[in-house]
Design a protein around this ligand. Structure first.
Ligand code: NAD
Ligand code: TYD
Length: 339
């Protein structure tokens, strides 16, 4: 089995590459990644010498490069993680989100049609469902919840999902889609909530909580997400959407307080800053379908996962220090000074 994993130098994609090489020693895994600001080749260092692994630096929007790779590798399966993934950046500059997340998805699927594959899997997000009100804890996103997006990021992901379903219906492309809640774990890029707060706390810097901090996210340890995708590409039903979530809802402010406690830092570092435009209130997934049909259940409890994650950032400063000292500093100043 040959699998092309796009975006495999990013957070979830790299964890998926490690999971697959480890679990299926006879599979060939090809990582196709543009290495944007969010992609790091150093992340893939542990597998670079693995004879079953190949890294290719290309853009999923580059049709010629994508077709050439399909011709060379004749993949059986494509798992598309490649995306612009940060809501705040999408609010600043939506265009690249439309290019990569929508046009890139179309280019990959065109290659799948031209060369033939057994499965195209689209890694999507629960954000395509919009948000739920804070005062209705009885409500959850199911696969039937209407698409109703808030940010340019989630809109671009929703656009891609609709295209994927259209390629299935129109061309018979064997597709699946997964919509997962917020992930956390090793190799999470420092601009996202959990790594940002861990790294700032380690430097005794202010911890910038948007608005009241009462917004709720449903956090899933990244390995559990990778295992779910593994199950879907092997046993999932073509044409279906699967929601993935851990039933682990937490407010942002509680997450930041836990991080302070774990690191022995004072909560006085917490600073409430201007809210995100269009800020989604609550995400909460109903994962009944993937549980009933594929037997998936999350394995890592948040209390254990957050400890492991914080320890990973303590043990791997040589991974994140070069990131935060480069271009990231300009991003941080732009987004957080005078907020
Ligand atoms: P990330 O930003 O950490 O990684 C994205 C990767 O895609 C990077 O390696 C980047 O270099 C690569 N990339 C970007 N544009 C590309 C292009 N045009 N061509 C080739 N490669 C390109 O993102 P992540 O958090 O790992 O998310 C991966 C996927 O999972 C995304 O599709 C995202 O929408 C989805 N998702 C993420 C979460 C989450 O909590 N992080 C939750 C649900 C779904
Ligand atoms: P984020 O990690 O960007 O993921 P998403 O927006 O996809 O859920 O943000 C998670 C939550 O944390 C979201 O409600 C916004 C909030 N947040 C802050 O309060 N401060 C920050 O500095 C960041 C990056 C996020």
């Amino acid at each position: 089995m040959t699998i092309i994993v796009t975006g495999g130098a990013g957070f979830i994609g790299s964890n998926f590459v490690f999971h697959m090489l480890n679990k299926y020693p006879d599979y060939r895994i090809i990582c196709l990644d543009k290495l944007t600001y969010a992609g790091n080749l150093s992340t893939l260092a542990p597998v670079m010498d693995n004879p079953n692994f190949r890294f290719v630096k290309e853009d999923i929007c580059d049709r010629e490069a994508v077709y050439k790779l399909f011709e060379e590798e004749k993949p059986d399966v494509v798992v598309n993680f490649a995306a612009e993934s940060h809501v705040d950046r999408s609010i600043e500059n939506p265009e690249v989100f439309l290019q990569t997340n929508i046009l890139g998805t179309a280019t990959l699927m065109d290659a799948c049609r031209k060369y033939g594959i057994t499965r195209y899997h689209q890694v999507s997000t629960d954000e395509v469902y919009g948000d739920l009100p804070l005062d209705r804890p009885d409500l959850f996103f199911t696969e039937e919840t209407p698409i109703h997006t808030s940010s340019p990021y989630s809109s671009s992901k929703a656009g891609a999902d609709l295209l994927v379903l259209a390629y299935h219906r129109t061309y018979g492309l064997p597709v699946t889609i997964s919509r997962c809640s917020n992930n956390y774990g090793p190799y999470h890029f420092p601009e996202k909530l959990i790594p940002l707060m861990v790294i700032n706390a380690l430097h005794d810097k202010p911890l910038p909580v948007y608005g009241t901090g009462e917004n709720v996210r449903d956090w899933l340890y990244v390995e559990d997400h990778c295992k779910a995708i593994d199950l879907i590409i092997h046993k999932g039903t073509v044409g279906e959407v699967y929601n993935i979530g851990g039933h682990n809802e937490m407010t942002n402010i509680d997450i930041v307080k836990i991080i302070c406690k774990e690191l022995g830092k004072p909560e006085s570092l917490i600073t409430h800053v201007g809210d995100r435009k269009g800020h989604d209130q609550r995400y909460a997934i109903d994962p009944t379908k993937i549980h009933n049909e594929l037997g998936w259940l999350p394995e890592t409890m948040f209390k254990d996962g957050i400890k492991k994650t914080i320890q990973w950032y303590l043990d791997n400063q040589d991974w994140w220090e070069p990131i935060i000292s480069g271009e990231y500093q300009n991003y941080y100043d732009k987004m957080y000074s005078n907020r």
